[in-house]
Design a protein around this ligand. Structure first.
Ligand code: PRP
Length: 212
């Protein structure tokens, strides 16, 4: 029985294929230079989705498995099994803003305006600090919000730091690192147990050897 895997389009898909190849899960060459949304291999069908949509497809059991970062998983309430930290898709979840806003941040403000794609992460982080926030939930290009003075700061992921740098923004505070996890639908875990256990075992064996 083949497994259906929801993966974010782009870099994380390429990292996933690389990991699957190294772990001996796929041997055939899969063409990533395509606009196709369903990419079929011998043992796996990949569904190409937006990162935030991965848990939705897994929760609906349309995909047996998904690849999702902590940034995405901390925003959802679904009960998904997360057996493996894949160690790919590494980034940091941070508070960022204009360099001149640093004083405001460290002056014990009572309220801050925060633009983000991650409202739950932002709420939790600032409520633990006792700071009230007004959230502007955006879907992308979050770095624009402080530049046009819509928000004091952003809560966002930083991978290479290039987007912040090119927009004159800096990291003001670190929230947490994020890596990609394997997520599994709990029904699929029972009905396709053999295939899923084989996948988990091969990934774990490869990752253990890597970190030894
Ligand atoms: C993400 C994130 C930052 C950028 C960080 O956005 O929200 O904007 O990547 O990466 P960097 O540190 O390597 O520059 P994404 O590329 O997903 O685009 P979006 O703004 O459309 O969400």
């Amino acid at each position: 029985m083949s497994l259906t895997i929801a993966v974010p389009k782009g870099r994380l898909f390429e990292q996933t294929l690389d990991l699957f190849e190294k772990a001996g899960l796929i041997t055939e060459k899969i063409d990533t230079n395509t606009r196709k949304l369903i990419i079929s291999g011998n043992d796996y069908n990949f569904l190409m989705v937006r990162a935030k949509d991965v848990p939705v497809y897994v929760n609906q059991a349309v995909a047996d498995i998904g690849i999702a970062g902590d940034d995405v998983l901390l925003e959802i309430d679904f009960d998904l099994y997360k057996p493996v930290d894949l160690g790919i898709g590494y980034c940091n979840i941070v508070v960022a803003g204009k360099p001149e806003s640093r004083d405001l941040y460290f002056s014990n403000p009572s309220t801050l305006k925060i633009a983000t794609k991650y409202p739950k992460i932002a709420h939790k982080f600032f409520s633990e600090k006792g700071i009230k926030i007004q959230i502007f939930e955006l879907y992308g290009s979050v770095e624009l919000a402080p530049l046009v003075e819509m928000a004091d700061f952003i809560v966002d992921i930083v991978e290479t730091g290039r987007t912040l740098k090119e927009n004159g923004l800096v990291v003001i505070d670190n929230i947490r690192p994020s890596t990609a996890k394997l997520i599994v639908n709990r029904v699929s875990y029972k009905t396709k147990r053999k295939e899923i256990l084989n996948l988990i075992e091969k990934l774990e064996n490869y990752l253990e050897a890597l970190y030894d």
